[in-house]
Design a protein around this ligand. Structure first.
Ligand code: C2E
Ligand code: MG
Ligand code: MG
Ligand code: MG
Length: 277
């Protein structure tokens, strides 16, 4: 009996692995044509300044709608794109599309806001990244200060020497860098001194229980005051409630982003959101 169960359990397990790798293979193949078939789209999530309550930025977030499989989360397809190298053309498309969109909004009378774009390790390791970014900004006729590049701690820390060089170069060209999911990575705080970081994005895992959990209160409070002493900006991710917002405001966090204000929005809806604020 136990033996039979064991064998069934094993069979179930291998079937799961098989299904998982079938889907990976399917997505890998489908992703290769997603760009040219115009299945990729950007949504924009508002970033709000806590002092003024105004929208001061947008984060561009990739969306992929497959004709048969429907919406596929970036959490699932970004790792595949990183693995097969497609993140390079896709990442370039994201930066071009997001900067062009911001330029269009400003031309249509929107007060200038910043545009945050997520970058993968593979994109960041390209030594020509600074030149590419500059060219994209020129093509979009956008001042570099309006672009914010989001990197996770891991991206910067896996090749710290190269990262310092690339970040210095981007900084010299006027582009700003934000550390995404701050607090979840290697967290060697010394890199905050070495790297040209402009902003820390406090990870949503610390924000979630901020009104009840004394540890999260302490961590977030400490990150905000450390950032402020180092002359860095702070933004809290995943803000969903008034209570979280009040805590962050009281501690002097600069900005917030989350479902409390808005989900990531398609282009037109974002424009409407800013106009109605
Ligand atoms: P991220 O950069 O940390 O983006 C924040 C994620 O949190 C987004 O998920 C956003 O929709 C979600 N979020 C925002 N506010 C809330 C909230 O109040 N509550 C909760 N529960 N979630 C919230 P999304 O769009 O699914 O993206 C997931 C991740 O995929 C991103 O995390 C980023 O790492 C990656 N990603 C998305 N677009 C791109 C891209 O263009 N390039 C690269 N390299 N990665 C991307
Ligand atoms: Mg991000
Ligand atoms: Mg994040
Ligand atoms: Mg993330």
């Amino acid at each position: 009996r136990a033996k039979a169960d064991g064998r069934n359990g094993y069979r179930f397990y291998t079937a799961q692995i098989q299904a998982h790798s079938d889907r990976m293979l399917l997505l890998d193949n489908a992703l290769r044509r997603a760009l040219e078939r115009k299945q990729l789209e950007l949504h924009y999530q508002p970033q709000i300044a806590l002092m003024s309550g105004q929208v001061v930025g947008a984060e561009a977030l990739l969306r992929w709608t497959h004709p048969e499989l429907g919406a596929i989360s970036p959490v699932e397809f970004i790792p595949i794109a990183e693995n097969n190298g497609l993140i390079l053309p896709i990442g370039e498309w994201v930066m071009r599309t997001a900067t062009r969109q911001l330029s269009t909004w400003i031309a249509r009378g929107m007060a200038p806001i910043t545009m945050a774009v997520n970058l993968s390790a593979l994109q960041f390791r390209n030594p020509n990244l600074p030149q590419l970014v500059t060219r994209i900004l020129e093509d979009a006729a956008l001042p570099p200060q309006l672009l914010e590049i989001e990197l996770t701690e891991g991206v910067a820390m896996t090749h710290p020497l190269e990262a310092v060089a690339v970040m210095n170069e981007l900084h010299q060209r006027g582009v700003r860098m934000a550390i995404d999911d701050f607090g979840t990575g290697y967290s060697s705080l010394s890199y905050l001194k070495k790297f040209q970081v402009y902003k820390l994005k406090i990870d949503q895992s610390f924000v979630r229980d901020i009104t009840e959990d004394p540890d999260d209160k302490a961590i977030v409070g400490a990150v905000i005051s450390m950032a402020s002493s180092l002359g860095l900006q702070t933004i809290a991710e995943g803000v969903e409630t008034e209570g979280q917002l009040e805590f962050l405001r009281a501690r002097g966090c600069n900005e917030a982003q989350g479902f409390y204000f808005s989900r990531p929005l398609p282009t037109q809806a974002f424009e409407d959101f800013v106009r109605k604020q």
